[in-house]
Design a protein around this ligand. Structure first.
Ligand code: NAP
Length: 305
């Protein structure tokens, strides 16, 4: 029986584990597919406070994990297969193993949508990336293709244009979906170019991205364009399938929350699932901390505790 189970081991889950374990909760982290979450895919992290020399995503997540373990957090490096939040103690399964818990912190994050083209998975973290704020410095004076036509694509392109020599937005339709404010800024930025009605058919390169094969959807013409990076900005899906029917969610699959609290007592959310605006390591750590503090307060208020 655990005081808290934390689903997910990105910055939010690992920080929640640190705070919960240091707060003397018997804590179990069920990590999901990757310790570190999205930062496990980020080569260089330059903007996490306290590390002026920078460090890699895997190094930072190893440090987060070691810090939580130091205070007694337990880890299962596997994916939770289901949860039952009908009554307390809540239950979480990993295959046929079941774990009981008084409270739950969901920090399962989001998965970036993929193009499903050749080269994408193989070159992820080697030129294929999903966050300009995280990786833009790596593309100083280099060329980057940004795929998508929504707010993310335009925002990321504008952030990249401060560093890159050329940013090409490749969008499958003739019209952008992004808001006027971002579009107007991008249209006058000399380093940003637009290719409309165009899709990426393949990402090219041996060890790192070297180019993309593009198809013009109007003419059918195929061409290869040299690039050093491909930023995917075609949207994100929340990793909340496990919670369907267990807590209230909106139509897009995000938990309905008040701060870090969900519709279910003792069930909290942290990380990207409650932050569609900043999505930084440090903001995820902040909400992981908040979720753990709320879990501690909630447990202390229970008569049985
Ligand atoms: P989004 O609005 O869903 O846009 C995704 C874009 O990717 C669309 O242009 C879409 O094309 C394209 N796309 C989707 N699947 C594709 C595929 N398989 N191949 C090629 N293109 C594909 O997602 P988002 O831009 O990440 O924004 C998500 C939410 O966050 C929005 O509510 C947005 O307002 C918000 N956001 C706000 C800001 C800001 O205010 N600064 C910044 C980032 C995000 P179509 O247009 O053809 O569908």
């Amino acid at each position: 029986m655990y005081d808290v189970i934390i689903l997910g081991a990105g910055p939010a889950g690992l920080t929640a584990a640190l705070y919960a374990a240091r707060g003397k909760l018997k804590s179990l982290v069920i990590t999901g597919p990757m310790v570190g979450g999205q930062i496990a895919l980020t080569y260089q992290i330059d903007n996490y406070p306290g590390f002026p020399e920078g460090l890699t995503g895997p190094e930072l997540s190893d440090r987060f994990k070691a810090h939580a373990e130091k205070f007694g957090a337990e880890f299962i490096e596997a994916e939770a297969t289901s949860v039952d939040l009908a009554s307390n103690p809540y239950k979480a399964w990993v295959g046929d193993r079941v774990f009981d818990t008084s409270s739950l912190i969901v920090a399962t994050g989001m998965t970036h949508r993929g193009l499903g083209v050749q080269g994408e998975d193989r070159l992820m973290g080697r030129g294929v990336f999903v966050c300009a704020t995280c990786d833009a410095l790596l593309y100083e004076d280099r060329k980057v293709v940004v795929v998508g036509g929504g707010d993310s694509a335009l925002q990321e392109a504008l952030d990249l244009a401060k560093f890159a020599s050329e940013v090409t937005i490749v969008h499958r339709r003739e019209e952008l979906r992004a808001c006027r404010c971002l579009t107007d800024r991008a249209l006058i930025e000399p380093r940003i170019k637009f290719l409309y009605s165009t899709v990426v058919e393949e990402i090219l390169g041996e060890k790192r991205v070297q180019g993309v094969r593009l198809r013009d959807l109007k003419t059918g013409e195929l061409k290869v364009v040299d690039t050093d990076g491909v930023l995917l900005a075609i949207g994100w899906n929340p990793n909340t399938g496990l919670l369907r029917g267990e807590i209230e969610m909106n139509d897009s699959g995000y938990p309905k929350t008040e701060g870090v609290k969900t519709s279910k007592p003792g069930v909290f959310v942290a990380g990207d699932l409650i932050d569609r605006n900043y999505r930084q390591v440090v903001t995820s750590c902040g909400s992981g901390c908040a979720a753990a503090i709320e879990a501690i307060r909630w447990l202390e208020a229970q008569p049985s505790h």
